[in-house]
Design a protein around this ligand. Structure first.
Ligand code: PGA
Length: 243
């Protein structure tokens, strides 16, 4: 486990973008596992900037996203596919056929999860998986007490998540109740894992996840066992790590 302390959100984003950029330069046809959320927005902006300057080329890259709401199509502004298009894909030269996000419109859980796991295998696995971390230690939609040995699966959203998301929808009934997510087994099989975290509200969970015991109660803690795991946090997020 490598732990890198960044000064600010911008510094964290830049350091993480450098690692992704190095991956793409070293292996232009690499498979990147990507994440949504507020944390990676600055990293995607940095990569877009380097792309526009001609420093990085995504034409041979394949991307595989962590998760998607079951029931939402990619043109729904609340879908993770839409988020990725807006914040990253439409600004770079990735080929549309090389973009992969679980298909929220496929309501057949077994078929969709199997399709996604086979896709990851067919691509030869994920070279570099990017992750954020939830305040409760979740990675992707793997909430506390998720089994470590699962591949892609469908989860029921926590009531607290449904309530928190309701503000983005016309009414609470429209909020998806389920999501597809890569499992922890899938994440652990990535060759490299890169986690980014910023802000004071992540300080306690980083300490618990990476200085505490490995336990399903804190899903991210399993990353302590990954052979090539890097955590980059800004000063606030690292403030309880005593490094
Ligand atoms: P955030 O979400 O980047 O919006 O903090 C992280 C996560 O829940 O994985």
């Amino acid at each position: 486990m490598k732990i890198i302390k960044a000064k600010t959100y911008k510094d964290m984003s830049r350091k993480a973008a450098n690692i992704i950029s190095a991956q793409v330069i070293m292996k232009p046809n690499c498979v990147l596992g990507l994440a949504t959320g507020s944390t990676p927005i600055g990293l995607y902006e940095q990569l877009i900037d380097w792309y526009q300057k001609g420093d990085i080329d995504f034409s041979e890259v394949t991307t595989i996203n962590l998760d998607e709401y079951r029931g939402l199509s990619g043109d729904n502004p609340q879908s993770y596919r839409y988020f990725m298009d807006e914040h990253f894909f439409k600004h770079i030269n990735i080929r549309p056929e090389n973009i992969n996000v679980p298909d929220g419109t496929n309501l057949d859980v077994q078929a969709e999860c199997t399709r996604y796991d086979h896709l990851i295998m067919d691509k030869g696995g994920i070279d570099l998986q990017l992750l954020g971390i939830g305040n409760n230690g979740h990675i992707g939609f793997n909430e506390p007490d998720s089994a470590f040995e699962l591949g892609t699966h469908c989860i029921d959203l926590l009531e607290s998540t449904i309530e928190a998301n309701a503000r983005f929808f016309e009414n609470e009934d429209e909020v998806p109740r389920q999501a597809y997510t890569m499992g922890i087994k899938t994440i652990m099989q990535a060759h490299k894992v890169l986690m980014i975290a910023n802000g004071k509200n992540k300080a306690a969970i980083l300490k618990e996840a990476f200085l505490g015991p490995v336990t399903p109660r804190v899903p991210a803690s399993i990353l302590q066992m990954h052979p090539d795991f890097t955590l980059i946090g800004d000063e606030e997020a690292m403030s309880e790590m005593n490094l």
